[in-house]
Every structure is written in C-alpha cells, then in structure tokens.
Design a protein around this ligand. Sequence first.
Ligand code: NAD
Ligand code: MG
Length: 391
Amino acid sequence: MKDTGKRHVAILGSTGSIGTQALEVIRANRDRFEVEVLTAGSNDELLMAQALEFQPNAVVILDESKYQNLKDRLFPEGIKVYCGAAALSEVVEMEAIDVVLTALVGFAGLQPTLRAIAAGKHIALANKETLVVAGELVTAAAREKGVNIYPVDSEHSAIFQCLMGEFHNPIEKIYLTASGGPFREKSIEELKAVTKAQALKHPNWVMGAKITIDSASLMNKGLEVIEAKWLFALRPEQIDVIVHPQSIIHSIVQFCDGSMKAQMGLPDMKLPIQFALGYPDRTSTDFPRFDFMNYPTLTFEKPRRDVFLNLDLAFRAMERGGNMPCVLNAANEVAVALFLQDEISFMEMPELVGNCMEKIAFLPKPTLADYLECDRETRALATELKRAVKL
Ligand code: NAD
Ligand code: MG
C-alpha cells in the first residue's frame, strides 16, 4: 500500500458488526483513512447515516426497494447511489480505492473480492467464506496482481502478526485457538435440544448472527482452518485447533526450531481491523489493556470433533480439496439460515452439511464458473434434502 498520505477504503458490509467497528476505527483516525465506498444488504437507514457522516464517493444497497429513498437523500450531498449485486462488484474498481474491506457475509463476498483483486486493490479480508470456497483462485489472482490480502479474522491476524520479521522462516505448524463457544461442555444429547437464543449468546464476542451460530457449532473454526490453509500456504497436517476458553491467546505459530510465538490481547475486533487497514503500522488506542491478574489461569483443551461434527467435516473438506469446501460452505449457509428460522435443530445442521458433501459430485480443479454452479447446486440440494426427509 502507499506509504504516504491517507488510505482510501471501501467497506463492503458497512452496516454489520465488522463494518461498524471498522467505521469506529476510521472515526478515531481521520488523518489516516478516507472512506470511498460503503455498501449494505438492506439497512438503508444506517447506511444513510454512515454516508452522511463519512461522505464517501459512492454507496451501494443490495435491496433495490431501498434505492430511491437513499438516492433522494444522498444525491444532493454529491454521493453516488447504486443498487444490486452487480453494482457491488463494479464499485470496488473505483480508481481512488486503495484497500477493500470485505465485511459482508457468505458466498456473496466472492465475486466482489475477485473483482477488487483484478482491479489491483489490496484486500482486508473479514469475509472468510471467500477463501473457504475458492481459496486457490483468490490467492492465485492476488499473487498475479501483486496485491496483499490482510487478514481481519482475529486468529489469522494473530498468525500474521507472529510472522512479521519471520516471512523467510518456514512454519512447522500453527495452532488456531477456539473459545469453544457457548456449548463447549455439552454432550450430543444436550446439543440436540439447544435453542437459537442459547446459540446466539457467544461468551466472548458480539458478532453477526451467521458467524455466532458458526461459532457455537465450531463450523466457524472449521472455516478458519481452511482460510488459514490459503492465507499462509499450509498443508492440512500443519494446522491444528486448540480450545482456549478465555480467548486471550488469539493463535500460535510454531517454527522449525520448535519455538512458538503467540499473539495475545483482550478480545476486541477493532484491533485486527485496524492492523489490517493500517499495516505495517500499529495505531495507538485507548482500548482497555490486558491485566494478567484478571486472568491468572489460561487453559487449553482438545476440541471434541466427535461431538462438534462440523469441525470434522471442515477438516475432511479441506483434505479432499477441489469443490468440497465450496459444498461445505453452501450447505452450511443454508443450514444456518434454516436453524435461525427454527426449521431445523442444532444437530441437524452438520447432518445436512454431511449429506451434501456425500451427494454433490467431486470436482478436483474447479473454475470460477464451476464454483458458482456448485454453490447453486448445493443450496438447491440442501433445501431439497430438508424438504424430502423433513429433517
Ligand atoms: P453481519 O451480519 O453483522 O454484517 C454483514 C454485512 O454484510 C451487513 O452490512 C449486511 O448488510 C451485508 N450483507 C449481508 N449479506 C449480503 C449480501 N448477500 N450482499 C451484500 N451485502 C450483504 O456480519 P459480521 O459479523 O460483520 O461478519 C462479516 C464477515 O466477517 C463474515 O464473513 C464473518 O465470518 C467475518 N468475521 C466476523 C467477525 C465478527 O466479529 N463479527 C469476526 C471474524 C470474521
Ligand atoms: Mg475468528
């Protein structure tokens, strides 16, 4: 990224948990960052308020029914207003943008991310689903264009921070830490009966609904394992997960001499967000500091892959490769949506994902068109399976 002057940022998904925290970071560092683009799914009121405050060049709303209202209010301010998924992919190409923060949820992040990379923009990547689905394509495109992908996910930011000054040293393995979520100690029988309200209460982080459910089912950690494989060019056997309920150690790198580096701190997503946006510089903050005496014990456990089946499915999808992670992700997006609509139970989520992984045809080297088709086909199958067997 440019060394001097302000960084010009586009935020895809500015009304979400990561998006609003990114704007807090920018609000506190107006001398370092300039907002060029803001986008949202359907929350036009918040998008409007953000646009009036940050005066971006353009905004995009996915929901076309909200377009007119936004346009009437923002056009007189000199802010361009667009709507629809195609506009989301186009707007990232704007000349003035240096870095695109992908803070939207799910598969929808893939195409705008690829377009941004093709246009030579650096990526601050929160949208892990993009790398899960098509990590090979995305990282190859970034290499070819010479753009950097800065991780926003706290675990991957931790690994990235541990690697600074070590980029020439081979990694032996990494440990991704996991809080274990709200159901860390529950049995399969107990998990069958957990409710949406219980699953939406994460012990250490406040996040969007989809990632909160993924954290409770450990699918989030599974997605992060695949994300790590692509970000740090690792072989599957180099990636391990360790449950660390206090969420103070954000992840660990082990080098070839056996030395381990960990990155620590109180859990606050603003830290990895601002590290990704401001790299390589750290930004001073008045965030609360960690006090060892508040955490005299940091503990570690093995994840229970026989209970949290999603984590096991994700490892299997990564080991198989090809389109399997895309199948895993699409089936999971459907499963989480169904769980949030009270259509299926907590333990039926991995069942649906596992069924899709068995039934969708394996493609060893998918193209972008294959991924789009595989995502569509898996969603249709997951919906059909749910209807047919009345899971
Ligand atoms: P969120 O649900 O709070 O916000 C999502 C944002 O994307 C909103 O602005 C929404 O309007 C927009 N959006 C949703 N679907 C869209 C679509 N189909 N097209 C365009 N825009 C759409 O989600 P979040 O918790 O901020 O998570 C965002 C991403 O960051 C996810 O991929 C998540 O896994 C990742 N992430 C989040 C956290 C966290 O603390 N929240 C931590 C690590 C990684
Ligand atoms: Mg994470």
